[in-house]
Design a protein around this ligand. Sequence first.
Ligand SMILES: NCc1[nH]cc(CCC(=O)O)c1CC(=O)O
Length: 308
Amino acid sequence: MAASPTLVIGTRGSPLALAQAHETQDRLVAAHGWTVEHLPLSIIKTTGDAIQDRPLSEAGGKGLFTKELDIALLDGSIDLAVHSAKDLPTALPEGIVIAGFLPREDVRDAFISHRYRSLSDLPQGAVVGSASLRRQAQVRRLRPDLQVTLLRGNVQTRLAKLERGEVDATLLAMAGLRRLGLTDHVTTVLETDDFLPAVGQGAIAIAIRAEDERVRAALAPILDMATAHALAAERAFLTILDGSCRTPIAGHARLVGGELEIRGLVLRPDGSECLEAIRRGSPDDAAALGREAGSELRSRMPPDFLTS
Ligand SMILES: NCc1[nH]cc(CCC(=O)O)c1CC(=O)O
């Protein structure tokens, strides 16, 4: 066996981020027979972690969770950065690339409530808390009679707020709940046909320095091709529609038989309108399928769609 190199794994400090970093560490240990001492974690606080009082879409969007990790990659203080693919901006800084993705977790959202069994079981006027424009808009689309409020914080904080009765229900990603061992809290799982996940949901992306062949080779055995195809389609879809991080967007790609299928949605924030596009084709054309779905929605969107 080759001598164990030292690779420093950069991560945010939230419990979910740490679980994802540990999963990466464990997979590298299993693939290479290395020891965890040679895969130290470097915990880095990001601007996104510090802002708790307003929606991140108002504070500058997704890059807020990645900037400090990007800097650490570029200055060599870490060798790889572990991210929730969902929180990664579509454009990465010069010199940084996504090496690939770990095998994807459950992509679905969960409905969580202590008093009600499902979204359709909530009484008129019940309060659903979420920080995600996508979840807020899809809830309003399905149940225009509910109150939708902002609920921020990490997964545990949100569950605690629900516990205290600040909201009647909330929605969280199954992937995060599974990684944190918190699926006991799940009331019902929302199928993707009814409630479409965010682009990248459930996938862990690993960012590296573009030129770093040593780290790229070390990661190769733990990366998952099916997830890479799905994410290529989803991220290409999002790139076409980006520009406004105030737009509720959902997108999910998966292999059906040997084909890749992407389904994408854009919604008005109030849920009054929802446009859908679907493309199916060869996984080798993943990015093109995503771009086509995005372009179709862009051309069908009324001019005021992004601002209403
Ligand atoms: N924006 C926060 C965030 N980023 C990734 C996940 C869950 C894990 C995932 O989707 O991979 C979550 C929490 C949530 O949406 O419930």
